[in-house]
Design a binder for this molecule. Structure first.
Ligand SMILES: [Zn+2]
Length: 112
């Protein structure tokens, strides 16, 4: 196996590990330590291998303190003016997502 294939395999394994960890954090949402640790590990792997966290999982936790989002418990979700606001109740981090043109989220973030 050449290094290119090895790199691809390594990335594939890493991204599967990330998914597993994020699924684990979902299952053990009520166990704060376990879920936060799973998310932290997933984020660490994603950074080390330069892999993106799947879009659908990005909304599931606070990127600042890694708390899994549980509506009315760890996060407050408000909608208005075409945006969804996620306020982390653990650390106060605010994330805003435009909900009409979700696909343009990146473009909007870049403009801000
Ligand atoms: Zn937070």
């Amino acid at each position: 196996m050449g290094w290119k294939e090895r790199k691809a395999t390594r990335k594939k394994i890493a991204s599967e590990r990330i998914k597993e960890l994020l699924q684990l954090s979902e299952i053990y949402k009520d166990d704060e330590i376990l879920s936060v640790n799973s998310i932290k590990t997933a984020v660490a792997i994603s950074k080390r291998h330069k892999i993106r966290i799947p879009q659908n999982y990005k909304r599931m936790f606070c990127k600042k303190c890694y708390s899994p989002y549980t509506p009315n418990k760890t996060v407050r979700i408000r909608t208005g003016r075409g945006k969804v606001t996620f306020t982390c109740l653990k650390c106060g981090y605010i994330k805003r997502i435009p909900y009409t043109k979700e696909k343009n989220q990146k473009t909007i973030e870049n403009k801000l």
